[in-house]
Design a protein around this ligand. Structure first.
Ligand SMILES: Cc1cc2nc3c(=O)[nH]c(=O)nc-3n(C[C@H](O)[C@H](O)[C@H](O)COP(=O)(O)OP(=O)(O)OC[C@H]3O[C@@H](n4cnc5c(N)ncnc54)[C@H](O)[C@@H]3O)c2cc1C
Length: 500
């Protein structure tokens, strides 16, 4: 997708300009849209909601008619954000390489390192405004089908005439008010042919459900974390949370003090307060009497009994499945060339290109546990396709990584993400103080899940890095503001203005 480097002072226009459809207007799609604009392509972003931001556009509605998310995709409500979400990745790292995620200097907002979700939404809105992206975004526009266009007749062939193109079918919608009734279609379906499609529809919406004995017979409330927003509806209840990932832990803390008892269940058959991580042990100690840890659930009984594999039993009012999400592309018809198998989307070269359909079809935002949007920005610049996807997956499987974690490429060891960015893009390498910061955040999160968000223990190197970052970014912001006032920001200069 990349040509020359805009940061070298010229627009990357060496490729033939294409008509590209980007599906979604979340972080990944916005990263792609801007890079494509910088390369001189004609971009249309189609977003089903009434605003940009994706997950970070908080939606108080839930999938109230299907709280488990068991119906065939897509879900009715896209965002899975709950009201209390704070970033768990430091804001110093959560920015585009050339548009830093600074605290606002004109007051308002949440200036903390780990701000509330609304602050990320504000940042993404600013990003769109600064780079004039809203001119290319069609809101309230849901893509309902993407399929290969029939080949052009030979007499119509011109440059690139035999290349794969895509028919994108979309509808204009008005979102339902309750998350139960269907969204209202407010205009006829439209079809348009594009030279390329970038799929960036997100993957934190379609609930992934476990298979637990008795789930179907359970008569009391059960929901997936996708449909959790606030703790109040669970006041005084005994709540069992299935899964101890980020959502499970966050929701457990949210419920402590509101619910009568909160029971976390791990995926292990042996969980106990003594056999767990320091962060979990601390959480259990901090909320002793309210918060309990159990091993895997053995069965759910219709009368409210929840039996665990160690023989213990709890009588619960509600079960919340914090068991993650499935990749889902319900609109995409590739004739079987691309599949999703146990959460592996494939084949996808470097998690971006399906080899048989590249480069006209690509995916931005598939990887998890990466530093975003920096990494999405790099994905949107990838231009090489040099080695087989299978080789990559085999290597991971040989190293003991389960298929369903195929796209988890950061987390404990972010080096794979660093290598990807260095190998395929011209983005500046991650500063050493930022690398140190991410390592210390990963360490802190494992030590104390509750306190890490407000910890103030940066090393001297990180402290100085943050000071330089604030100073440098503030100066850039002032320059950009001065340029915008004197010249107006149009879409061609916006790529040049972004030069570091
Ligand atoms: C509770 C929660 C907390 C999180 N916390 C963090 C965190 O602290 N740090 C972090 O880095 N990440 C966090 N994440 C992950 C975060 O969502 C991703 O980092 C990032 O926002 C994903 O961006 P995206 O653009 O890929 O997807 P999304 O943000 O989901 O955007 C996808 C967009 O596509 C649109 N769309 C989907 N289907 C269609 C269609 N058919 N037609 C048109 N438009 C469509 C959607 O409406 C949406 O706007 C969290 C996620 C959740 C759910």
């Amino acid at each position: 997708m990349a040509g020359d480097d805009a940061r070298g002072g010229s627009l990357r226009l060496n490729l033939r300009s294409r008509k590209v459809c980007v599906i979604g207007a979340g972080m990944a799609a916005l990263a792609a849209a801007r890079e494509l604009r910088c390369e001189g392509h004609a971009v249309t972003v189609m977003e089903q909601r009434g605003d940009v931001g994706g997950q970070w556009l908080y939606d108080p509605r839930t999938d109230a008619g299907d709280r488990l998310g068991a119906a065939p995709p897509p879900v009715k409500v896209h965002s899975s954000m709950y009201a209390s979400v704070r970033l768990i990745s430091p804001r110093e790292l959560m920015g585009f390489s050339d548009f830093q995620f600074l605290p606002t200097r004109h007051g308002g907002g949440d200036p903390r390192r780990f701000p509330v979700h609304g602050e990320v939404y504000r940042y993404l809105k600013d990003f769109c405004d600064t780079f004039g992206l809203m001119d290319f975004v069609k809101l309230n526009t849901r893509v309902v089908r993407v399929a290969m266009a029939p080949p052009r007749p030979p007499d119509e062939e011109k440059e690139g005439g035999d290349e794969l193109r895509w028919v994108v079918r979309s509808v204009k919608i008005r979102e339902s008010e309750d998350g139960i009734t269907d969204d209202k279609v407010i205009a006829e379906e439209e079809e348009e042919v594009f030279d390329a499609v970038v799929v960036a529809n997100g993957h934190y919406s379609q609930p992934r459900l476990p298979s637990i004995n008795g789930m179907e017979q359970w008569k009391r409330r059960q929901l997936h974390s996708h449909s959790y927003r606030v703790p109040d509806p669970f006041r005084g209840e005994v709540v069992v949370l299935v899964g101890c990932g980020d959502s499970g832990l966050d929701i457990a803390l949210d419920l402590c003090g509101v619910a009568r008892e909160v029971h976390l269940t791990s995926n292990s058959s042996m969980a106990s307060a003594t056999s767990t991580t320091p962060a979990m042990a601390k959480m259990l100690a901090n909320h002793a009497g309210h918060l309990h840890l159990h091993p895997r659930i053995d069965r759910l009984c219709h009368d409210g009994h929840v039996a665990f594999t160690n023989g213990s039993i709890v009588v619960a009012d509600t079960v919340i499945y914090c068991t993650g999400y499935d990749y889902s592309f319900p609109f995409l018809d590739t004739g079987g060339l691309l599949t999703v198998d146990d959460n592996r989307v494939g084949p996808l070269f470097e998690h971006v290109f399906p080899p048989a359909m590249a480069p006209s079809l690509s995916f931005v935002g598939v990887p998890k546990k990466v530093i975003v949007p920096w990494f999405f920005q790099a994905q949107a610049r990838v231009e090489e396709m040099v080695r087989a996807v299978e080789e990559y997956h085999h290597g991971r499987e040989n190293a003991g990584v389960h298929k369903k974690y195929s796209h988890d490429i950061g987390g404990v060891d972010p080096s794979e993400a660093y290598e990807f960015v260095a190998k395929y893009t011209d983005l500046p390498a991650m500063d050493d103080w930022k690398r140190e910061l991410i390592s210390s955040v990963l360490r802190n999160i494992n030590e104390d899940r509750e306190a890490f968000l407000d910890r103030d223990d940066d090393s001297e190197n990180v402290r100085q890095g943050v000071e330089r970052w604030l100073a440098m970014s503030a100066a850039e912001e002032e320059d950009a503001a001065a340029n915008a006032t004197s010249a107006g920001v149009d879409d061609s200069t916006s790529c040049l203005n972004s030069a570091l």
